[in-house]
Design a protein around this ligand. Sequence first.
Ligand SMILES: *Cc1c(COP(=O)(O)O)cnc(C)c1O
Length: 483
Amino acid sequence: MSEIREALLNLEKTARLLEPTPELRRYAQSSVIAYSEDFLDRIETVKTYVSDAGKGEGLLDSPIVEEGIGLDAAIELIRANVDTPGLNPASGGHLGYIPGGGIYYSALADYLVDIFNRYAGVFYASPGAVRMENMLIRWMCDLVGYPAESSGNLTTSGSLANMIAIVVARDGRNIKSADIPRSVIYLSKQTHHSVDKAIRVAGLGECIVRHLPLDERFKIIPSEFAKQVVEDKAAGLNPFLIVGSAGTTDVGAIDPLIEIGEIAKREGLWYHIDGAYGGFFILTDEGKSKLRGLEIADSLIIDPHKGLFLPYGLGVVLVKNVRDLQNSYSFDAHYMQDAFAGTDELSPAELSPELTKHFRGLRLWLPLKLHGLAPFRACLEEKLLLAKYFHAEVQKLGFESDVEPELSVVTYRYVPETGDQDEFNKRLLADVIKDGRVFISSTMLNGKFTLRFACLSFRTHLRNVDTLLAVLRDSVDRLDRSE
Ligand SMILES: *Cc1c(COP(=O)(O)O)cnc(C)c1O
């Protein structure tokens, strides 16, 4: 036998370790399933925030080396270092920031996707995978009221979706580098910071960025926007982009979407709407009426890993006219000449920065197909009502909460009879987090330290909100007594 054949057979022996035997697969599956079942069995009772279990340092004691370790040892490393310390976003007690989801059938979909590893970047390679993603994009375009020529992309997150859209806006308004210093972008002080990041990444960091003044409910004032555009044009500047929010992260405010759209249209600006947090409330009657105007936007984003309770890893950008998306992202490559010949179905690779991509469509399709829309709708409606309930109940405990919740975020603060108000609320926040049964976060509103209630986990129900109210009541009592 030739040396080369012998060497190959030797390498194959070790290389084949990458394909576990059926017995090893069964063993691995049962260990992983046992672990995940235990996690789910305990999800209603475990703490939402764990502050006393280290910070994952144990991982460093087990470096990456030539020899593998057993699955049980690996799971133990994950349990102790990843799944225990810090915030548990899978818990219904997560009422801070914008809570995520983690619905089960998405996990099974991800498992299947990774096993068959279909190439979802181009239609030619996997017509079924691409058709499924296009069908989901069509469904979401219809949901927001977009026309037939609209399309979009399933991306990893809202931030990436914003980035894709800001680039499309730049190219759609033909902003070249020489135009940048005199080109104007309009945001609000409440615009999500991922938009600022996208502006910089898109090479627009040296544009003039105006943070429009807000009304008492933290919404853009359309007349102020219109006035500023007129002034800027009169000064010889080039206003080209306005970003509205369909649910700000901080307070859940929805900008006056229709009025802003009318001004944008009249003045020739690209209109982008960030609906990462609020967009899917359109599935409810209340949300649908509050989100009127989404369909006017030239581009918009919505986050299934927020509003449809998916595990992290799915944001969506929608663009009203697919030609704008193609204009920014289509490409030519000789080595792919076969792939794009004669297909009429669009491919994600022509519509996004990605080529090879995770087939993320299945983690959205499978739960939608298995559950149907009704439970999603009910869950979103429940979140809106829980926010109203919390808003009413927290005031009965003596908290200030002036702004009626528009979606599922409530801002509130306690006003002690004596002492520094901000300090009191900071201690209250620390107290609640230390207790661990629920997790809340804070923000600064009009210069005041303010607590936030953000309700979006599919596991958050009345029970969790009552727990938060009880924890707040006990903490206030304790802090009041220690004054
Ligand atoms: C969460 C959020 C984003 C960013 O989305 P990620 O998925 O976290 O990247 C953008 N805009 C708003 C309004 C958000 O709430």
